[in-house]
Design a protein around this ligand. Structure first.
Ligand code: NAD
Length: 296
């Protein structure tokens, strides 16, 4: 059993922290949202009034924040957590952020004698709730091994991608592909419906055909086709359009630096950016379906 500080208890961090509580760990969490803190307390965790309070006595710190700027603010600088943690403490950042941002935190942690891994996740809110996330880790072999028992309480597939930052590169590649699959699936469904097909029947056909993919199998973007998908609850919860747009921006920056071509990812980024500009940034990313329904 470990004493764990968990910073960022949103759509993903909330259920991840709850799974650590269920596994018998002592979890003290902090979030800016009072509702998120109450949910942790209701599940048997403790609520802290600040990140500094959350890390008192912690052997492990886990963060699950929206972006790299917030992660760097949390850990770096005179007021940052790295200046407050004891040597040997293990820091696991599961937010999706730039590899360079993870490396800046990793280098500062190393200088302070603190262990650090980047461990972004895949599997969505459903995977976070069920404890079946994939963790994609960047860090040393020893730190990956030390984190494994905790990661196993929140996920079922644990991958070691390479050194610090490598987890983020792999995660960004995955989300680029997910964005292409989501936009392609929404386009295909709208085409079928416009031509008289039932979206549920077309989805079943494509699931069993060569167009099958994760979006069709667990995250159908057409309202009413899949009861547990965000599309069937007005695209609330899930993975926000703003977060997908951020991830595609990270993919773009990574492509620029490595002189890589990402034409499909660029197209998808523009679609999500336009969708966000139309006021849809807080909806689940499958709401990009509305683009094509509106166009039909
Ligand atoms: P979210 O917006 O639901 O949760 C983020 C939480 O962080 C919020 O509760 C917010 O109040 C809190 N927060 C923000 N600044 C804070 C601070 N300074 N101190 C403490 N708490 C703070 O986002 P999410 O969907 O949980 O995503 C979190 C991260 O996980 C993102 O980097 C995202 O890209 C990634 N991710 C999300 C999904 C998904 O399906 N939602 C899947 C994989 C990865």
């Amino acid at each position: 059993m470990s004493q764990i500080a968990f910073i960022g208890l949103g759509n993903m961090g909330g259920p991840m922290a709850q799974n650590l509580v269920k596994a018998g760990h002592q979890v003290r969490g902090f979030d800016l949202s009072a509702a998120a803190l109450e949910a942790l307390q209701a599940s048997g965790g403790q609520a802290a009034a600040s990140a500094t309070e959350a890390v008192q006595g912690a052997e492990v710190v886990i963060s699950m924040l929206p972006n790299g700027q917030l992660v760097e603010q949390l850990y770096l600088g005179e007021q940052g957590l790295l200046a407050q943690l004891p040597a040997g403490c293990l820091v696991i950042d599961s937010s999706t952020i730039a590899a360079e941002s993870a490396q800046r935190v990793g280098q500062a942690a190393e200088a302070a004698g603190i262990r650090f891994i980047d461990a972004p996740v895949s599997g969505g809110v459903g995977g976070a709730q069920a404890g079946t996330l994939s963790f994609i880790v960047g860090g040393s072999e020893a730190d990956f091994a030390a984190a494994q028992p905790l990661l196993a309480a929140m996920g079922k597939n644990l991958f070691h991608a390479g050194g610090v930052g490598a987890g983020q590169i792999a995660k960004i590649c995955n989300n680029l592909l997910l964005a292409v699959l989501m936009t392609g699936t929404t386009e295909a469904l709208a085409l079928g419906v416009k031509n008289g097909l039932d979206p549920a029947v077309l989805s079943q056909i494509m699931q069993q055909s060569s167009g099958s993919n994760w979006v069709l199998n667990v995250y159908n973007p057409w309202p009413g086709v899949m009861e547990q998908a965000p599309a069937s609850r007005d695209y609330q919860g899930g993975f926000q359009v703003d977060l997908m747009a951020k991830d595609l921006g990270l993919a773009w920056e990574t492509a620029l630096k490595s002189q890589s071509a990402i034409p499909m990812g660029s197209m998808a980024r523009n679609l999500f950016a336009l969708h966000a500009q139309q006021g849809k940034g807080g909806l689940d990313f499958s709401s990009v379906q509305q683009f094509f329904i509106a166009a039909s």
